[in-house]
Design a binder for this molecule. Sequence first.
Ligand code: SAH
Length: 452
Amino acid sequence: MKKNDIVEVEITDCGINGEGIGKLLGFPLFIKDALIGDTIQARITKVKKNYAFARLEKIITPAKERITPPCPVAAPCGGCQIQALSYPAQLTFKEKKVKDVLMRLGKVPVDLLEQVMEPVIGMDEPYRYRNKAQYPFGTDKEGNLIAGFYAGRTHHLVTTDDCLIGAEENKDVLDVILRHARRHHITAYDEETRTGLLRHVLIRKGTHTGEIMVCPVINGKTYPKADSLIEELKKLPGMTCIALSINTQNTNVIMGEEIQTLWGTPYITDKIGDLEFRLSPLSFFQVNSQQTEKLYQKALDYAGLTGNETIWDIYCGIGTITCFLARKAKQVYGIEVIPEAIEDAKENAKLNNIDVIQFYVGKAEDELPKHKEDKKTDIIVVDPPRKGLDEKVLETIIYMEPKKIVYVSCDPATLARDINYLREHGYELKHLTPVDMFPHTVHVETIVSLQR
Ligand code: SAH
């Protein structure tokens, strides 16, 4: 096999970035935009020792579950890697992905898995679910200011003013900002030359409250003609917070650390279930509020609280799961590394009249060991970032001997690794549910419970 060869191949698997995988005489080929079940013609683009890349040239027989993606820029944008797969097939794919990785990397026996695994929780309406959007700005060939999304992992801008997994209001916000900027000759930031002003705009919408936050991120200290921009923006229904983020650094990090409130409150409020949460521009908040409610309900079910429990909630963010648990527990402790998130978490506990939580700022791997002699712990809840649990955290959990562990994971591979460790150290898998928090992307959230 060599570059530019034309081959015919059936796609039998899907890689971690949503690319199709087919095999030619046992040799794996990675092909972007090809779906499981497609038979395609492809051109080899790069041959490595044990695998190769190819470009989709023609679909010979489409997969049964292939649909025309509703979003016109689904393929170039790359944000939704599997929008061309029907939604039921996406759910089946995610369920299988979790199952496979738990068996392979997690060494969980298949019969145990079949016994504990519940069906994936999908959405009834899998569009318009994101409560947060971050649009980058750029300049087109004619020199006009544009907004859109970066294609795949590049910094090439695919223009779109309406993302179908985001809020409908985003379009109106972008329209106001672009028109104002063009009128006042405000330019997009250019990463190469580090000139220009507008880098991104963060838009958040409270799914249940309808409150809107708009926060442009600029390479400068002030926003030109800010008053007239505010006048326009505040006419939009739901506008609650207009803020400015200053980011003059040469960095891929979107938000700058300095935030100024230009108009309204410095936060918006949203609800999950019957609890209220305040979100400021820098706070982490699950992007899919509807599914988050189902996820947290599972966390509560799995915890099975009676009211007498002492719980640690590690990686607690702004205290969302912590507040849910606290209403049904005796004492809850939260650990989170970002100090501002803990400030929000304390506010959120107050807002919901919860007084049984104590929060600690610090890295889980440093903070939890300080409390390891606290043998009264009944349940430990963890919700780590993609890299999963630090070994120090795992060791400390084992030492603290909680009766139950509830693990919320956004990466099945690290979850599998950690489950393997916990099963080797006296815990058994009791329940497991994949939750589709990110329809049309390859990502899947999983919640599990383990018992000592
Ligand atoms: N449970 C929360 C947040 C989950 S996201 C929710 O559902 O909203 C993971 C959180 O872990 C983030 O808030 C991140 O800031 C925090 N984090 C990342 N690394 C950490 C570490 N080493 N120790 C403690 N917290 C960490």
